[in-house]
Design a protein around this ligand. Structure first.
Ligand code: PMT
Length: 222
Protein backbone atom coordinates (compact mmCIF):
# COMPACT_ATOMS: atom_id res chain seq x y z
CA UNK A 1 0.00 0.00 0.00
CA UNK A 2 1.10 3.53 -0.78
CA UNK A 3 2.24 5.77 2.00
CA UNK A 4 -0.70 8.07 2.77
CA UNK A 5 1.60 11.10 2.80
CA UNK A 6 -1.25 13.59 2.45
CA UNK A 7 -3.73 12.09 4.89
CA UNK A 8 -5.56 14.81 6.84
CA UNK A 9 -4.62 17.49 4.30
CA UNK A 10 -6.94 19.37 1.98
CA UNK A 11 -5.41 19.75 -1.48
CA UNK A 12 -6.92 22.14 -4.04
CA UNK A 13 -5.91 21.54 -7.67
CA UNK A 14 -6.81 23.74 -10.65
CA UNK A 15 -6.79 22.23 -14.13
CA UNK A 16 -7.63 22.82 -17.76
CA UNK A 17 -8.01 26.01 -19.76
CA UNK A 18 -10.34 28.91 -19.09
CA UNK A 19 -12.80 30.29 -21.63
CA UNK A 20 -13.19 34.03 -22.01
CA UNK A 21 -16.38 34.93 -23.83
CA UNK A 22 -16.44 37.35 -26.76
CA UNK A 23 -20.14 37.01 -27.61
CA UNK A 24 -22.81 34.28 -27.10
CA UNK A 25 -21.09 31.93 -29.60
CA UNK A 26 -17.36 32.76 -29.37
CA UNK A 27 -14.56 32.67 -26.81
CA UNK A 28 -10.78 32.83 -26.31
CA UNK A 29 -9.01 29.81 -24.85
CA UNK A 30 -5.84 27.67 -25.09
CA UNK A 31 -4.81 24.05 -25.75
CA UNK A 32 -4.81 22.75 -22.14
CA UNK A 33 -6.53 19.34 -22.05
CA UNK A 34 -6.66 19.10 -18.25
CA UNK A 35 -4.59 15.88 -18.27
CA UNK A 36 -1.77 17.21 -16.08
CA UNK A 37 -4.10 18.83 -13.53
CA UNK A 38 -6.37 15.78 -13.35
CA UNK A 39 -3.26 13.61 -12.83
CA UNK A 40 -2.18 15.90 -9.95
CA UNK A 41 -5.64 15.57 -8.37
CA UNK A 42 -5.63 11.79 -8.80
CA UNK A 43 -2.16 11.56 -7.22
CA UNK A 44 -3.17 13.77 -4.28
CA UNK A 45 -6.27 11.64 -3.63
CA UNK A 46 -4.25 8.42 -3.88
CA UNK A 47 -1.90 9.80 -1.20
CA UNK A 48 -4.88 10.25 1.12
CA UNK A 49 -5.70 13.96 0.65
CA UNK A 50 -9.19 15.42 0.67
CA UNK A 51 -8.96 16.68 -2.91
CA UNK A 52 -10.86 19.53 -4.55
CA UNK A 53 -10.44 19.80 -8.34
CA UNK A 54 -11.37 23.17 -9.80
CA UNK A 55 -11.52 22.68 -13.54
CA UNK A 56 -12.09 24.70 -16.67
CA UNK A 57 -13.94 23.04 -19.59
CA UNK A 58 -12.23 19.75 -20.56
CA UNK A 59 -13.24 16.46 -22.20
CA UNK A 60 -11.85 14.00 -19.65
CA UNK A 61 -13.52 12.37 -16.65
CA UNK A 62 -12.57 13.42 -13.14
CA UNK A 63 -10.71 10.85 -11.03
CA UNK A 64 -12.69 9.09 -8.31
CA UNK A 65 -12.39 10.35 -4.74
CA UNK A 66 -12.10 14.01 -5.73
CA UNK A 67 -14.69 16.78 -5.49
CA UNK A 68 -15.08 18.47 -8.87
CA UNK A 69 -15.94 22.17 -9.13
CA UNK A 70 -16.49 23.13 -12.78
CA UNK A 71 -15.81 26.71 -13.85
CA UNK A 72 -15.55 28.51 -17.17
CA UNK A 73 -13.69 31.82 -17.00
CA UNK A 74 -10.59 33.06 -15.15
CA UNK A 75 -12.92 35.11 -12.93
CA UNK A 76 -14.98 32.04 -11.97
CA UNK A 77 -11.77 30.08 -11.30
CA UNK A 78 -10.48 32.93 -9.13
CA UNK A 79 -13.69 32.98 -7.07
CA UNK A 80 -13.69 29.18 -6.61
CA UNK A 81 -10.02 29.16 -5.52
CA UNK A 82 -10.52 32.01 -3.05
CA UNK A 83 -13.49 30.19 -1.54
CA UNK A 84 -11.41 27.03 -0.94
CA UNK A 85 -8.14 28.75 -0.06
CA UNK A 86 -8.43 29.40 3.65
CA UNK A 87 -9.07 25.77 4.59
CA UNK A 88 -6.52 24.35 2.11
CA UNK A 89 -3.16 22.88 3.14
CA UNK A 90 -1.80 22.75 -0.42
CA UNK A 91 -2.87 24.59 -3.59
CA UNK A 92 -1.62 23.30 -6.94
CA UNK A 93 -2.23 25.60 -9.91
CA UNK A 94 -1.94 23.47 -13.02
CA UNK A 95 -4.61 25.39 -14.94
CA UNK A 96 -3.65 27.39 -18.00
CA UNK A 97 -5.54 30.53 -17.00
CA UNK A 98 -6.15 33.17 -19.67
CA UNK A 99 -4.01 36.25 -19.03
CA UNK A 100 -6.39 38.44 -21.02
CA UNK A 101 -10.14 38.62 -21.55
CA UNK A 102 -12.24 40.69 -23.94
CA UNK A 103 -12.97 44.03 -22.30
CA UNK A 104 -16.54 43.86 -23.50
CA UNK A 105 -18.75 40.76 -23.84
CA UNK A 106 -21.26 41.38 -26.63
CA UNK A 107 -24.87 40.40 -25.81
CA UNK A 108 -25.56 39.58 -29.44
CA UNK A 109 -23.51 37.61 -31.94
CA UNK A 110 -21.01 40.00 -33.54
CA UNK A 111 -21.84 40.61 -37.19
CA UNK A 112 -19.35 40.46 -40.02
CA UNK A 113 -18.18 43.88 -41.15
CA UNK A 114 -16.07 44.88 -44.10
CA UNK A 115 -12.35 45.19 -43.24
CA UNK A 116 -10.56 44.40 -40.00
CA UNK A 117 -12.14 43.81 -36.62
CA UNK A 118 -10.59 44.62 -33.26
CA UNK A 119 -11.21 42.98 -29.90
CA UNK A 120 -9.85 45.01 -27.00
CA UNK A 121 -8.42 42.78 -24.26
CA UNK A 122 -7.85 43.50 -20.61
CA UNK A 123 -5.86 41.57 -18.00
CA UNK A 124 -7.47 38.90 -15.84
CA UNK A 125 -6.55 38.60 -12.16
CA UNK A 126 -3.46 36.48 -11.56
CA UNK A 127 -4.92 33.85 -9.21
CA UNK A 128 -1.58 32.43 -8.09
CA UNK A 129 -0.18 35.88 -7.29
CA UNK A 130 -3.40 36.79 -5.42
CA UNK A 131 -3.22 33.74 -3.15
CA UNK A 132 0.56 34.19 -2.84
CA UNK A 133 -0.22 37.53 -1.15
CA UNK A 134 -2.74 36.00 1.24
CA UNK A 135 -0.97 32.79 2.18
CA UNK A 136 -0.38 31.92 5.81
CA UNK A 137 0.32 28.20 6.27
CA UNK A 138 -0.61 27.01 2.77
CA UNK A 139 1.94 25.44 0.48
CA UNK A 140 1.63 26.99 -3.00
CA UNK A 141 2.66 25.06 -6.07
CA UNK A 142 2.42 26.74 -9.46
CA UNK A 143 3.10 25.49 -12.97
CA UNK A 144 4.79 27.50 -15.69
CA UNK A 145 4.45 26.87 -19.38
CA UNK A 146 7.52 28.26 -21.12
CA UNK A 147 9.02 28.08 -24.58
CA UNK A 148 12.56 29.24 -23.75
CA UNK A 149 14.88 29.75 -20.73
CA UNK A 150 12.44 27.55 -18.82
CA UNK A 151 14.22 27.37 -15.45
CA UNK A 152 15.17 31.05 -15.50
CA UNK A 153 11.57 32.22 -15.99
CA UNK A 154 10.29 29.66 -13.46
CA UNK A 155 12.60 31.07 -10.80
CA UNK A 156 11.30 34.56 -11.60
CA UNK A 157 7.70 33.40 -11.16
CA UNK A 158 8.56 31.67 -7.88
CA UNK A 159 9.65 34.98 -6.39
CA UNK A 160 7.10 37.20 -8.08
CA UNK A 161 4.09 35.08 -7.16
CA UNK A 162 5.35 34.15 -3.67
CA UNK A 163 4.95 30.44 -4.50
CA UNK A 164 6.82 27.64 -2.71
CA UNK A 165 7.44 25.59 -5.83
CA UNK A 166 7.09 26.11 -9.57
CA UNK A 167 6.86 23.16 -11.91
CA UNK A 168 8.31 24.42 -15.17
CA UNK A 169 7.11 22.91 -18.38
CA UNK A 170 8.97 23.25 -21.66
CA UNK A 171 5.96 23.21 -23.94
CA UNK A 172 8.03 23.12 -27.15
CA UNK A 173 9.62 19.75 -26.30
CA UNK A 174 8.25 16.67 -28.10
CA UNK A 175 5.90 14.65 -25.84
CA UNK A 176 5.67 17.46 -23.30
CA UNK A 177 3.19 20.19 -22.42
CA UNK A 178 -0.31 20.78 -23.79
CA UNK A 179 -2.49 17.80 -24.70
CA UNK A 180 0.16 15.04 -24.48
CA UNK A 181 -0.04 11.98 -22.19
CA UNK A 182 3.59 12.48 -21.13
CA UNK A 183 5.49 15.45 -19.78
CA UNK A 184 9.01 16.70 -18.99
CA UNK A 185 9.32 19.30 -16.22
CA UNK A 186 11.78 20.93 -13.85
CA UNK A 187 10.73 21.41 -10.23
CA UNK A 188 12.18 24.63 -8.83
CA UNK A 189 11.85 25.75 -5.23
CA UNK A 190 13.39 27.65 -2.38
CA UNK A 191 16.96 26.78 -1.32
CA UNK A 192 17.94 26.42 -4.99
CA UNK A 193 15.96 23.22 -5.44
CA UNK A 194 16.08 22.29 -9.12
CA UNK A 195 15.07 18.74 -10.08
CA UNK A 196 14.39 17.56 -13.62
CA UNK A 197 11.81 14.88 -14.45
CA UNK A 198 12.26 13.60 -17.98
CA UNK A 199 9.47 12.31 -20.20
CA UNK A 200 7.13 10.45 -17.84
CA UNK A 201 3.44 9.61 -18.19
CA UNK A 202 1.57 12.53 -16.59
CA UNK A 203 0.01 10.23 -13.94
CA UNK A 204 3.38 8.81 -12.88
CA UNK A 205 4.96 12.28 -12.97
CA UNK A 206 2.20 13.71 -10.75
CA UNK A 207 2.85 11.10 -8.09
CA UNK A 208 6.64 11.61 -8.22
CA UNK A 209 6.24 15.39 -7.98
CA UNK A 210 4.03 15.20 -4.89
CA UNK A 211 6.26 12.60 -3.22
CA UNK A 212 9.37 14.70 -3.92
CA UNK A 213 7.78 17.91 -2.63
CA UNK A 214 6.54 16.23 0.57
CA UNK A 215 10.00 14.78 1.16
CA UNK A 216 11.60 18.22 0.71
CA UNK A 217 9.05 19.76 3.08
CA UNK A 218 9.60 17.15 5.80
CA UNK A 219 13.37 17.58 5.51
CA UNK A 220 12.92 21.33 5.90
CA UNK A 221 10.72 21.14 9.01
CA UNK A 222 13.26 18.95 10.81
O1 PMT B 1 -3.71 20.39 -19.46
P1 PMT B 1 -2.59 19.68 -20.24
O2 PMT B 1 -2.95 19.53 -21.70
O3 PMT B 1 -2.20 18.38 -19.60
O4 PMT B 1 -1.30 20.64 -20.23
C1 PMT B 1 -0.62 20.89 -19.04
C2 PMT B 1 -0.12 22.35 -18.96
C3 PMT B 1 0.93 22.58 -20.03
C4 PMT B 1 -1.29 23.32 -19.12
C5 PMT B 1 0.48 22.50 -17.51
O5 PMT B 1 1.51 21.56 -17.32
C6 PMT B 1 1.04 23.90 -17.27
O6 PMT B 1 2.18 24.21 -17.57
N1 PMT B 1 0.18 24.77 -16.65
C7 PMT B 1 0.47 26.19 -16.43
C8 PMT B 1 0.21 26.93 -17.70
C9 PMT B 1 0.31 28.40 -17.53
O7 PMT B 1 -0.66 29.08 -17.65
O8 PMT B 1 1.49 28.88 -17.18
P2 PMT B 1 1.77 30.45 -16.92
O9 PMT B 1 3.23 30.56 -16.93
O10 PMT B 1 0.97 31.30 -17.83
O11 PMT B 1 1.24 30.69 -15.44
C10 PMT B 1 2.05 30.47 -14.30
C11 PMT B 1 1.19 30.09 -13.11
O12 PMT B 1 0.30 31.16 -12.77
C12 PMT B 1 0.32 28.85 -13.32
O13 PMT B 1 0.32 28.11 -12.12
C13 PMT B 1 -1.06 29.43 -13.59
O14 PMT B 1 -2.10 28.56 -13.13
C14 PMT B 1 -1.02 30.71 -12.76
N2 PMT B 1 -1.89 31.80 -13.30
C15 PMT B 1 -1.66 32.35 -14.51
C16 PMT B 1 -2.47 33.39 -14.97
C17 PMT B 1 -3.53 33.84 -14.15
N3 PMT B 1 -4.35 34.81 -14.54
N4 PMT B 1 -3.74 33.26 -12.95
C18 PMT B 1 -2.93 32.25 -12.52
O15 PMT B 1 -3.11 31.73 -11.41
Amino acid sequence: PKDLLLKGKKVVVTAGPTRERIDPVRFLTNFSSGKMGYAMAEAAASLGAETILISGPVCINPPSNVTLISVESAKEMYEAVIEQFETASIVIKTAAVADYKPKEIHDQKMKKQPGEATIVLERTTDILAAIGQRKTTQLLIGFAAETNDVTHYAKGKLAKKNADYIIANDVTEEGSGFGTDTNSVTLVGKNDVEIHFDHLPKKELALQLLQTIMKLETAESK
